[in-house]
Design a protein. Sequence first.
Length: 365
Amino acid sequence: MALIDTLGEIPDPRRGNAQRHDLLDILAIALVASICGAESCVDFAEFAEDREPLLREFLSLENGLPSHDTFSRVFRLLDPAAFGRAFSAFLDDLGEAGAGVLAIDGKTLRRSFDRAAGRSALHVVTAFGTEARVAIGQRAVAAGENEITAARALLETLTLEGMLVTGDALHCQAETAALIAARGGDWMFALKANRPAMLAEAAAFFDDPANPREAHQTTDADHGRVETRKVEVTHDVGWLFSDRRHAGEPRLPGLAAIARVTSRRDAAIAARYYLSSAPMSAERFAAAIRRHWGIENRLHWLLDTAFDEDRARNRKDNGPENLAILRKLTLNVMRKSRPKLGITRKRKRSGWSDDFARTIIGQMR
């Protein structure tokens, strides 16, 4: 289903005379404005005034243009769960039976705190298809929740068939692993000091050269510095299920592989460990780890540099969460057109030229 159609199915939270402007018009204007560089509700209203002829090419605007107060009210009232369903318009981009790695990670919107209301900054968890480079879901961490439970709630809304769901050590939880498996996916989690006994045993296993493993090594030369990464993987995991386990230790269902990544740059050496339910080769493990970090540099970093998300000042009601969804939808739309151009360049050229903007807007239909 096209994005414009999914936006048209979102329930309108307004009542009576407050519905003067069609909800689809408001959301479509905000999305197009965001594509063209707008970042706030005031920006959306001013963009509509300046580019009304462009907007009327595909919107009716029967009652004229919404004010910035209308944009603000709508995003404060809109149900984020309903708005988030617009991500479904991009599921086809993942391909049949998933598309490899689906990374989950949290991010805090640093300026979204509301000191007067006693509300801390919003923290959201996002599911990101690393091959297609599209966000396919977002869930805010609600009061009484944490990132772990919010991630599980998000995963429960997604079809994970054929996907490898990846997360940092925070998500190395038996319940999360079981949920992913029940929904048809595999998992890969970082293993760090929050699981000290298991981490120590994994390190001891790889330190013993007599223990079985396969290895894959790569060398990268970037900015004049040479870094070598060696990935070692073992599928001998039976020793982790013996009777000598530690109280409170997670028994991750379906564990099939353990990996150690040793990085050497100049004189510095660092080792990282991963657990997975997928019996991957060392080379595939290395690729999955690289793809997981795509959520940092292809989503979080872009949201901060191209969309200035870390300085977004929306604080009231559902506004911060809904505008975070809008930014990710904008990024998804822009990735579908003119793939050789960077996101920042696309936003600038969309702001400068109606003809260029039309090539991006066409991805919404």
